[in-house]
Design a protein around this ligand. Structure first.
Ligand SMILES: *Cc1c(COP(=O)(O)O)cnc(C)c1O
Length: 410
């Protein structure tokens, strides 16, 4: 086979997105406006939730999810060690303390049994990460927080965050669904399962607006979705507010700043990309599924472990293809990635566990305490999985993976 160059995860942008962006640019409205509102409506329908707020990243969405729920200084948030930094850093931005949790043995998901031991009177939230677009076992998470209800100390007072905590009166469940738009489990869509969910529309994700992200949430008893939505607008746009009367009066210029808040809104140019991506999303998801099927057949035949993207009660978003070569360690894994790259097949690793990163080491975490996360990482290779791969490209990846990895299986 002639050498090809297979990029890891290029964005799939068609003329439809390009034309919509051009129209947005010509429309005279380029920042947050009608295209953002329209994308929010369509995403809420897609996720089966009441409201979606579009923002400039998943990290901002996760941070605002915490802030909306009043989580901050003095609170603890449980996060899997096996994830991307944003799952943890958003809680740190809010002043909360992150408590890392190891994975289950030989499994990408966190150790649900160990969560109960980590919950104490300071615990306010668990972040579940739907890695690769496979939805976690939220039923189990709800069971755990239900059992630990007696330990939960809701924030006092009448702020929105306090009222949300009082209404739920248990540890809150957040989903980092950066990978999982469109995934489902037990008949429920990602976004409609956790208390609050964030999605990423970064350039490498299944669905992109170049940069971007969104928040959504489940209805909370006695807290209005309108109020939550409005607070997201304030948090993401400087805390700037115009009262209802001012908005209706001619020549009204005056506004108030009700909090010294943040700037992380989505622009209509970004939303223009998203609107047309959403039109194409089901087709892109199907194509990813075909590639997953081919990689599954290869791995199963070779005896290589891999993420399972669909089953009786779940269907992933087909975001990442994680393969794990049995019997090798970190050194061999690195060799394989280099050999594949020399053949033009660009792979990746999802993820180097957070306790191995400088920032988290400096916070006192040590990978020795996370043996299962390390064990999952050390022989892991993520294969290129995207909609710009032709069938011949996929065959090329498979042929090279068989040859290179085959050498290590003898
Ligand atoms: C990409 C990613 C994020 C961050 O997304 P941004 O939109 O870049 O902020 C968060 N969590 C996970 C698991 C991711 O892969």
């Amino acid at each position: 086979m002639e050498k090809r160059v297979i990029p890891f995860s290029p964005p799939d942008i068609s003329e439809l997105e390009i034309n919509e962006v051009a129209e947005a640019l010509r429309s005279g409205w380029i920042t947050t406006g009608p295209r953002v509102k329209s994308l929010e409506k369509r995403l809420a329908e897609y996720c089966h939730t009441s409201k979606v707020v579009c923002l400039n990243s998943a990290t901002a969405a996760e941070e605002l999810n915490f802030r909306i729920c009043g989580i901050g200084e003095g609170d603890e948030v449980i996060v899997p060690a096996y994830t991307y930094t944003a799952s943890a850093s958003a809680a740190i931005h809010c002043g909360a303390k992150v408590v890392f949790l190891d994975s289950q043995k030989d499994c990408v998901e966190m150790d649900y049994e160990a969560i109960a031991e980590k919950i104490n009177e300071k615990t306010k939230a668990i972040v579940a990460v739907d890695l690769g677009g496979i939805i976690c076992d939220y039923e189990k998470l709800y069971e755990v927080v239900e059992k630990k209800r007696a330990l939960f100390r809701a924030k006092e007072g009448n702020s929105l965050g306090a009222r949300i905590q009082q209404a739920l009166n248990r540890v809150l469940i957040f989903s980092d669904a950066a990978h999982a738009l469109g995934a489902s489990r037990n008949g429920k869509m990602a976004g409609s399962i956790a208390d609050f969910t964030d999605f990423s529309f970064h350039a490498v994700k299944n669905f992109t607006t170049a940069e971007g992200g969104a928040s959504t949430w489940r209805n909370i008893p006695s807290v209005s979705n309108e109020e939550i939505y409005h607070q997201f607008q304030l948090y993401s746009l400087h805390g700037q507010s115009k009262d209802a009367l001012a908005k209706t009066q001619v020549g009204a210029w005056e506004y108030d700043i009700i909090g010294p808040w943040y700037k992380c809104n989505m622009t209509d140019i970004m939303a223009a990309i998203g609107l047309r991506q959403l039109d194409r999303y089901d087709g892109m998801w199907k194509r990813r599924g075909e590639i997953v099927g081919k990689y599954d057949a290869m791995c199963d035949e070779m005896g290589v472990k891999h993420l399972v993207h669909s089953g009786e009660n779940f269907q992933s978003s087909n975001h990442l293809y994680l393969s794990r070569v049995p019997g090798i360690g970190d050194r061999e894994r690195r060799e394989i990635i280099v050999k594949l790259a020399e053949r033009g097949v660009n792979c990746n690793v999802h993820y180097k566990p957070l306790p191995m990163m400088t920032a988290y080491k400096e916070l006192g975490w040590d990978i020795k305490d996370f043996p299962n996360a390390y064990g999952y990482y050390e022989n892991l290779i993520t294969l290129p999985l995207h909609t710009l791969l032709s069938d011949d490209d996929v065959d090329y990846v498979i042929e090279n993976y068989r040859e290179v990895v085959g050498e290590y299986l003898k």
